[in-house]
Design a protein around this ligand. Structure first.
Ligand SMILES: [Zn+2]
Length: 349
């Protein structure tokens, strides 16, 4: 446990759900954990008792292992009741990968925000600008010029559709203004930005539970990236702004994150994340005493070897921090003769 984690309380201690099993974390709320073939090796999914059936929150990626684990869940954890609704917090593959399979298997509708649903459809279809190849000119423009790395990126072009082969053709919209009735309780949708287009977290005041998705994680900081399709995005600014929306929640809220373990200490964790980004921004601003590209900033922010999957996140993250400082006027952006965008401290009066 790192020192920051010691400020949080893990009510289930070291317990983790077995593959295909579940742990009840609040009345009618069950925790499932599915494997991922990445450095981040798992994702948490949730079962919410919903009258005569179950609402599933998030799906896992489309692999045979995940489907097999789901079959075990269906056989052993649902008390003979069906899945009647699938909610995806956001469009990332570990959350929406098996949505179409789940919805088809149970004839259940998919609920998502319109922003997340639209992006999932675009990326699963590999539309230009939202596909793998769009990353190459974007990263090159931000200083990633290593031919080997660019070639490796080129080879990854079907990354999203591999993990999310299909997204249901229809959806029900989740929105901030419309609570969702699940079983005996109303759940408030809290949209969040900066990690994905329109992330939905779900809060039930009666149960004192927040399904935080990827917006508030106990151990790692949420990725905030600038992608090719929205090249001037202020992802860090949007993420920090979105964290404010969680401050009114009860202090003893049980937070159910997509990665890591359920915890209490929402407000302490938000303060840590704010502090983390403030430190990162100060570091980046210092470095920009001389012009820096996003690729120049990556080794400063990530002091370890990165595989290609991690490098794409790291580039996005470096750029997001540069953009926060650029948008706030601390940095100015310049295009060098080599076509690379670099950022340097603005002259202040
Ligand atoms: Zn995510």
């Amino acid at each position: 446990m790192n020192p920051q984690e010691s400020e949080l309380e893990y009510p289930f201690s070291e317990q983790l759900p077995a593959t295909g099993g579940s742990i009840e974390v609040a009345p009618g709320v069950r925790w499932i954990r599915m494997g991922l073939p990445f450095a981040l090796n798992h994702v948490n999914l949730w079962l919410l008792e919903d009258g005569d059936g179950w609402t599933v929150v998030d799906c896992g990626i489309a692999t045979d292992d995940t489907r097999a684990a789901w079959e075990q869940v269906f056989a052993n954890e649902l008390g003979g009741r069906p899945v009647t609704r699938v909610i995806a917090t956001h469009c990332h593959p570990d959350h929406v990968g098996l949505a179409a399979w789940l919805c088809e298997r149970w004839q259940a509708p998919l609920w998502m925000t319109v922003g997340e649903y639209g992006f999932a459809r675009m990326m699963a279809a590999g539309l230009p600008g939202a596909d793998g190849p769009a990353m190459i000119p974007h990263f090159r423009r931000h200083g990633l010029t290593d031919a080997g790395k660019l070639a490796e990126l080129e080879g990854r072009k079907s990354y999203y559709p591999t993990l999310v082969p299909k997204v249901p053709e229809q959806f029900v919209r989740l929105s901030d203004t419309q609570p969702v009735r699940i079983g005996a309780h109303d759940w408030q949708v809290i949209t969040g930005f900066g990690h994905s287009p329109e992330h939905a977290a779900l809060y039930c005041a009666a149960l004192g539970v927040l399904v935080s998705g990827d917006m508030v994680l106990p151990r790692i900081s949420t990725n905030t990236s600038v992608f090719a399709i929205e090249p001037e995005a202020d992802a860090v600014g949007q993420f920090l702004g979105s964290l404010q929306k969680f401050l009114p929640l009860a202090a003893d809220t049980l937070v159910l994150p997509s990665h890591g373990k359920p915890f209490r200490g929402l407000h302490a964790r938000i303060a840590q994340l704010q502090q983390h980004h403030a430190e990162r921004l100060a570091e980046v601003q210092d470095a920009c005493a001389t012009p820096q590209s996003a690729a120049d900033i990556v080794p400063l922010m990530f002091k370890r070897e990165l595989d290609m999957h991690q490098l794409t996140f790291a580039m996005g993250e470096a750029l997001a921090h540069l953009h926060r400082l650029w948008q706030s006027g601390e940095l100015r952006r310049m295009e060098s003769a080599d076509g690379v965008l670099r950022f340097v401290r603005a002259m202040r009066h």
